[in-house]
Design a binder for this molecule. Structure first.
Ligand SMILES: C[S@@+](CC[C@H](N)C(=O)[O-])C[C@H]1O[C@@H](n2cnc3c(N)ncnc32)[C@H](O)[C@@H]1O
Length: 270
């Protein structure tokens, strides 16, 4: 079959058809295609063909350099794959921003730890460079979503993502002496670090109230040039949750939140 060229009439007809369809239907068609290809094993074949050095960049029809599918990043990602909800591309962003932040003063923090996957990624990225006296602070209930989760707004209810425990995460992360655990309800547990300043904060708590509480606490404690990275911003499920909290918080701040194609939202503190 001849390749579908960008300027061909077939390409324009297909694009016109897609544009004319209601948004919801386009989404349904994409979901259907995904389900069929996943069920037949085709999805895995397409995915592995697309995880090379350069990978297709939707919807532009060209490929871009994708170091998150390559070593050395894959050597770290392999160790967290089964314990994290963060995909390779998002993990790579975390990895690079941690390396950036090491040059600044202050501690590292993650809000929303779950099984410890992204915490392991942060810790193994900074391990060989972090000075004595600097810490990585981890905040989570370690029993799942709190009762401030509202199903209609957040897509979660109390106890969701609760198949973890402080003991097992502690065991998984025992190789990192600079980690400090703060188990319990955010923002109550923030009182344990009120006097600290931070160079990097990863916010991955999904729901509206928790996300807002994280920004309210950390914003003033992040040093200039430091990073506030929200994992959940761009996903439709969290439109009224994490995204609403970030938009509300930064509506009267000088920083311009940068929405990344990965779904994350990056703020560089001024
Ligand atoms: C998506 S998971 C984190 C995933 C993890 N960063 C990873 O992929 O490796 C979200 C976590 O946020 C936690 N969480 C949400 N709101 C919280 C709150 N108010 N206090 C403590 N933990 C909270 C939940 O318990 C859950 O473990």
């Amino acid at each position: 079959m001849a390749p579908l060229r960008k300027n061909s009439s077939m390409f324009h007809s297909l694009m016109g058809f897609a544009r004319a369809m209601p948004r919801k239907s386009v989404y349904e068609v994409i979901k259907l295609v995904y389900r069929v290809t996943a069920a037949t094993g085709l999805y895995e074949a397409i995915k592995s063909a697309g995880t090379g050095e350069y990978t297709p960049y939707y919807p532009y029809g060209y490929a871009t350099y994708s170091p998150w599918f390559q070593s050395p990043f894959q050597n770290i990602y392999r160790k967290i794959r089964s314990r994290s909800l963060v995909s390779e591309d998002r993990g790579y962003i975390i990895n690079r921003l941690c390396l950036h932040s090491l040059r600044l003063e202050g501690d590292f923090a993650e809000c929303g730890v779950y099984k410890g996957g992204s915490a392991f990624l942060i810790a193994s990225t900074i391990k060989q460079y972090i000075d004595k006296g600097r810490s990585l602070h981890l905040f989570d209930t370690f029993t799942g979503m709190p009762d401030t989760a509202v199903k209609e707004r957040d897509g979660h209810t109390k106890g969701d993502i609760g198949d973890t425990s402080l003991e097992e995460v502690n065991e998984y992360l025992k190789g990192f002496s600079f980690i400090e655990f703060h188990p319990g309800f955010i923002p109550d547990t923030f009182k344990e670090v009120t006097s600290k300043q931070f160079c990097f904060v990863h916010i991955d708590v999904d729901i509206y109230q928790s996300t807002l509480d994280c920004y309210r606490f950390f914003y003033d404690r992040v040093v200039p040039g430091g990073i506030l990275l929200c994992d959940d911003y761009g996903f439709p499920t969290y439109k009224n949750a994490a995204k609403a909290a970030v938009d509300q918080f930064f509506s009267n701040k000088p920083e311009a939140p940068i929405v990344l194609p990965t779904g994350q939202c990056l703020v560089i503190k001024l």
